[in-house]
Ligand binder design. Structure first.
Ligand code: MG
Length: 400
């Protein structure tokens, strides 16, 4: 049996305008339009965000500012303060990453979370969703988010939009059809202003109409797009939540206080660095294929040695074994070692998800993950791998 996924879609309400109100409480209750020409003119630019007061006058995103001004001359028109919005966005995204490494930001104020295997999801999704909303409010000083929860991205996204602002809509898997089918087709992915009238011309007004339409006829008319559209109308959408992964590599290195000749010290250091890399991979929810060892000798000559794996990994056992092999094969010609580094690159996006203990396959994995969990709960010093400190004084972890 495959387990239904639990996908959250988090969408901030009137984000830019809400931040302006937050920073200037005198604006509350007034129509606020963000997107004005910073030089003060009202003739140029388009509306970036209108708060809910301004929307009562029919002001919408992407509308020319001149049109917004015509509809509500008394609104407060403000320029975009991108710096500030990004700062708040970063706060929110890092908060979301506390709940799962599988966070996919869609825009500055919107993200998908795959909560299926999140250790944070102990109770019903509703509890966690409420907690996320509350914590966003507290962290930002008062901003509200709307949250949709469903078995896939399509349902979660539509759900988050239905009770805005400050909404929470949860759609269990067995209610997807009841939820989707009465909605106008405009709610579906890829059905916009141009395609809507075409579908309506075929007698398709709701998602249910589309779902009951013969799929082969849609394919004949629209090609693969018609096929996909029909699948979506059935409530089927298996697109994964894919975190944006910008970093090209993760590495840790350590410069010794004095150059080292003792092979045991070097082995222990490599294990410690591999441990640090393993944990960083876990935190980011990625796996890598290529392991790199860096060595700087006492004369400052620097070498790297790499080995790639067939299958990406985030396991300590793999990373440490290969890093040690690379090191043992390296001929340092009698020189002492000044610096060691262990790195991982060649990341895989279709990663193995953070699974919980009972779903884990092999022992190495399980041990690594238990260690991660204990450290998260009780702090850094709670567990150190026995081997890294065996008979030695603890070393400081190298920076990355
Ligand atoms: Mg939004």
């Amino acid at each position: 049996m495959t387990m239904a996924r639990i996908i959250f879609h988090i969408d901030m309400d009137a984000f830019f305008a809400a931040i302006e109100e937050l920073d200037n409480p005198a604006l509350r209750g007034k129509p606020v339009v963000v997107g004005a020409d910073p030089k003060g003119g009202r003739g140029r630019g388009v509306v970036s965000t209108a708060n809910y007061e301004a929307r009562k006058y029919g002001i919408r995103s992407a509308m020319p500012i001149s049109e917004a001004y015509r509809r509500c001359p008394d609104a407060v028109f403000l320029p975009v303060r991108g710096e500030r919005y990004h700062q708040v966005s970063r706060q929110i995204m890092s908060l979301l990453k506390e709940y799962t490494p599988l966070v996919e930001p869609v825009s500055i104020d919107e993200a998908y979370l795959d909560m299926t295997h999140s250790p944070k999801l102990f109770g019903p999704p509703e509890e966690v969703a409420r907690e996320i909303k509350r914590r966003i409010r507290e962290t930002t000083g008062g901003l509200t988010a709307s949250v949709g929860v469903g078995p896939n991205k399509l349902v979660a996204k539509i759900a988050s939009d239905l009770q805005k602002p400050d909404g929470l809509v949860i759609v269990p898997e067995d209610q997807v059809r009841q939820f989707l089918w009465p909605l106008p087709i405009g709610h579906l992915w890829g059905v916009g202003k141009r395609t809507e009238p075409v579908l309506e011309g075929m007698g398709i007004r709701t998602i249910g109409d589309l779902a009951r339409y013969p799929q082969d006829e849609l394919v004949r008319r629209f090609g693969s797009w018609g096929y996909q559209l029909w699948e979506l109308a059935q409530g089927r959408d298996d697109r994964p939540v894919t975190p944006v992964w910008k970093a090209k590599s993760i590495s840790q290195e350590k410069t010794f206080e004095s150059d080292v000749d003792d092979p045991e010290v070097m082995d222990a250091t490599i294990l410690e660095l591999a441990d640090g890399v393993t944990r960083q991979l876990r935190d980011e929810g990625v796996q890598g294929r290529t392991i790199t060892l860096k060595i700087r000798l006492e004369d400052f000559s620097t070498f790297t040695r790499s080995q790639s794996l067939e299958v990406p990994t985030d396991r300590f056992a793999d990373i440490s074994r290969i890093a040690l092999e690379l090191f043992h094969r390296f001929d340092r010609r009698g020189q002492k070692v000044r610096l060691l580094g262990v790195g991982m690159s060649n990341f895989e996006r279709g990663m193995k998800q953070l699974t919980f203990l009972d779903q884990l396959g092999d022992r190495d994995d399980r041990v690594d993950r238990v260690i991660d969990l204990v450290r998260k709960k009780f702090g850094e010093s709670a567990i150190r791998r026995a081997i890294t400190t065996a008979g030695r004084r603890p070393k400081r972890r190298g920076g990355s």
